[in-house]
Ligand binder design. Structure first.
Ligand code: ADP
Ligand code: ZN
Length: 737
């Protein structure tokens, strides 16, 4: 008899007992075929479902009745043993279920239909609008507007959403108004054979950096390098040549980018160097296409994978290198279960496989700085820009002075003047609003005073009736209508959305063509790219945007970048507010003067003396880091502590508050560390999608201990909890809202 009579299976159902792991008997005909990583069909309760085998064994399990595996779903096991180990790591690191972790490592699901057709509008928006007016057949008009709204829509969805038959679609193709493709995304993602390019000769600095990385790759040494250098210092060239080194040693490379839509240039460079060995995975692809790319990697046809965070699970057989570009970006954290951080997961995976890791950024995350300082990362530096171009001049406008001199506009006199000047010279302007203003922060417009929590250093927010509240520890104090520092009676809510900026810009500069790019205008697939294209080709003078425009955007015509208000990010109720502000301002400053014309940057702020604003305007990372680390240490924040954020939500406010209080008590009873718990407090976004939200934040010097404390507390809490309250656990939260 074969030794593997029993298999441990993670059942693909939301079950809470046994961590979702159950033992099944392997029938004789499947012995040797069912292996760890196999997806199998199993009886579960009264039904059949699928599950993933995570181990095999001969011992008789203690269950009374052992059911038998019914069949194999795929002949080749879709999950590797390495992936199972990574999933186990994820489950313990992120306090998620093995099922959630396995579904992440399994990768995109779904099969591609044989011949799937997608539609794109043939002209630009103006043309389409004009055509829409002339179309007399309402069915065709519906098809055209649907395609225009959702470029890349599949035939099936198109027919369903437009509610028409195939005839209207064919008619529009004949008229040349829409085009059909067999692929969902034409453009840089096309499989056109790229023109291969020779690598350039490295600078002496680059040579030294590459040499260290190459040695680690060749020695199959799991080393972590931190490549620290400004934009244009030649980091991408290092990624390219390190990838070449991994391929030369017979292994593969994974390149992670924060957002694939902003990585066109990098993808292009990799394809020009490695041709069809490159696989790109991104969320704009339909599942079937992503699975196709995944399969190319598994079969070894593709040996270089570029993608956003989930590409960290790419099924490479023998991984030699993982690159995490712009490692500080919050986009690397998945905001749904499993709530993993792609950078941390990359480190864990590389440790399992003996791969080298290269993390790169000009503005490192504070967590990464701490690891560089402790020697866990080897820091490598690129000090200059390859093209020798200087950074743009940055000026800070003190909005308090504007306020005192009676300016009521969102545009200071200086910014308005510079915009007029640029418009006269037919140069382009980028206006940046850090994010949608957080509704209720309190700031004195006259002196810039911000009321902060004495315990947490977090900006307090206004709540009715007349209360200021800390969303971390629930500290409360009475709202003062007058500024306690300067006596100005205008202490209050402040902030504006992109829409208001657009309205004011159009009123102030009636001759300018103004575009807006934010969550609202880019909600539709493809609109992000089309807005950028309109701006790039010079069809607009001013682009107004949220952080979307801050990253990766490289438009040579832009010579002025204006930050409407640096304070909106600075005052977020989040201990990373200063770090995020610094990174955004630093990045946004790099957007000006990328072409042949020199650039200038104007940052408006009520808190111009704040170190995040001051140091970012001088591009002084070191000084910022020194100040920020000192504060983090004093208030017990990462990187000096690890955090777990537990969010409770429910349709009933009373209930969620009571449960959060109870959970807080349970945690406090389990620990002697009085700094281990913050809260419970209402989340800054206290109500989302009809659910009231409260959070409790656990923290401690050792991550492992904090996670164990959280698990323990959740177990105790489970006995008495009310089922109608939803609990989410976020380890190393990147978002405190
Ligand atoms: P980063 O990734 O740090 O922004 P890149 O690697 O993209 O920098 O380099 C910036 C520019 O300099 C690119 O146009 C790149 O092709 C070029 N470049 C990089 N290294 C070299 C080199 N050794 N010789 C010539 N050009 C280089
Ligand atoms: Zn507080």
């Amino acid at each position: 008899m074969s030794e593997h009579e029993f298999a441990k299976v993670v059942v693909n159902r939301p079950v809470y007992g046994n961590d979702g792991v159950f033992t099944y008997a392997v029938p004789v005909n499947l012995r040797g075929k069912v292996v760890p990583g196999s997806v199998v069909l199993i009886p579960f309760g009264k039904q059949q479902t699928t599950g993933c085998v995570i181990s095999l064994g001969a011992e008789v399990p203690p269950q009374i009745e052992v059911k038998q595996i019914v069949g194999l779903v795929e002949e080749i096991p879709p999950v590797s043993v390495e992936s199972i180990r990574l999933a186990r790591w994820m489950a313990s690191r992120y306090l998620c279920t093995l099922r959630e972790a396995l579904s992440a490592v399994y990768g995109p699901s779904g099969k591609r239909r044989k011949r799937e057709v997608f539609f794109w509008p043939s002209g630009d928006f103006a043309e389409i609008l004009a055509q829409l007016e002339t179309l007399k057949a309402p069915a065709q008009a519906r098809v055209l507007s649907t395609v225009a709204a959702q470029p890349g829509i599949s035939r099936r969805s198109l027919l369903r959403e437009a509610g028409v038959g195939g005839k209207a679609v064919e008619a529009l193709i004949k008229k040349g108004l829409i085009t059909e493709f067999e692929q969902s995304l034409p453009g840089v993602f096309e499989e056109t054979p790229p023109v291969l390019q020779e690598p350039p000769t490295l600078s002496p600095e680059q040579t030294a950096v590459l040499e260290e990385i190459r040695l680690a790759i060749e020695a199959k040494n799991h080393r972590v390098f931190y490549l620290y250098g400004v934009t244009g210092s030649g980091k991408t060239e290092i990624y390219l040549q390190a990838t070449a080194a991994a391929l030369a040693s017979g292994r593969q490379a994974v390149i992670l980018v924060p957002e694939i839509a902003l990585a066109h240039q990098m993808i292009h460079q990799f394809k020009a160097r490695f041709g069809n060995l490159v696989a790109v995975t991104h969320s704009a692809m339909v599942h079937g296409e992503r699975r196709d790319q995944w399969e190319r990697v598994r079969r070894g046809e593709a040996r270089v994978v570029i993608g956003a965070r989930s590409a960290v699970f790419a099924p490479t057989a023998d991984l030699g290198l993982i690159v995490v570009d712009e490692e500080h970006e919050p986009a690397y954290k998945q905001e749904q279960a499993p709530r993993y951080h792609a950078r941390e997961t990359a480190l864990a995976r590389a440790a399992l496989t003996g791969a080298a890791v290269v993390l790169g950024s000009a503005t490192p995350a504070l967590e990464s700085i701490a690891r560089c300082l402790s020697g866990r990362y080897r820091q490598l530096r690129l000090t200059g820009r390859i093209d020798g171009r200087s950074l743009p001049g940055v000026r800070i406008v003190d909005l308090r002075e504007e306020f005192r001199s009676g300016t009521v506009s969102l545009f200071s006199r200086l910014l308005a003047d510079r915009i007029r000047e640029k418009l006269r010279r037919r140069e382009q302007i980028l206006l940046f609003l850090n994010r949608r203003g957080f509704a209720a922060f309190v700031l004195c417009q006259a002196c810039g005073y911000v009321i902060r929590c004495p315990n947490c250093d977090i900006a307090l927010t206004y709540h009715q009736p007349e209360t200021l509240l800390c969303h971390f520890c629930h500290y409360r104090t009475r709202y003062l209508a007058r500024c306690p520092r300067c006596g100005n009676p205008k202490l209050g809510r402040y902030g504006a959305g992109t829409q208001r900026v657009q309205e004011e810009a159009s009123a102030l500069f009636p001759e300018a063509r103004v575009l807006r790019m934010d969550a609202e205008t880019t909600a539709r697939r493809g609109s992000h790219a089309s807005i950028l294209e309109t701006f790039r080709t010079g069809e607009a003078d001013i682009l107004i945007g949220t952080q979307m425009v801050a990253k990766g955007l490289d438009i040579p015509g832009v010579t002025l970048v204006g930050v409407i208000n640096a304070d909106t990010t600075l005052l977020l109720p989040d201990f990373r507010a200063a770090e995020r502000t610094f990174q955004l301002l630093y990045q946004v400053s790099g957007r000006a003067g990328r072409g042949s014309l020199p650039g200038e940057v104007i940052i408006q702020s009520h808190c111009p003396e704040h170190y995040a604003v001051r140091f970012s305007s001088r591009q002084d990372v070191e000084s910022f880091v020194r100040r920020e680390l000192a504060l983090r240490r004093r208030f017990g924040y990462p990187p000096y502590t690890s955090m777990v954020r537990v969010v409770m939500s429910s349709g009933e406010e009373e209930r969620v508050a009571r449960q959060a209080e109870k959970f807080g008590r349970v945690v406090r009873e389990l620990t002697s560390d009085e700094n281990a718990v913050l809260g419970p407090a209402p989340c800054p976004f206290g109500k989302l999608k009809g659910l009231y939200r409260w959070h409790v934040i656990l923290r401690g010097k050792r991550g492992q201990a904090v996670r164990e404390l959280c698990s323990e507390a959740l177990k105790h809490f489970a006995r008495t909890r009310i089922s109608k309250v939803r609990i989410t656990v976020d380890v190393d939260p990147q978002n405190m809202l």
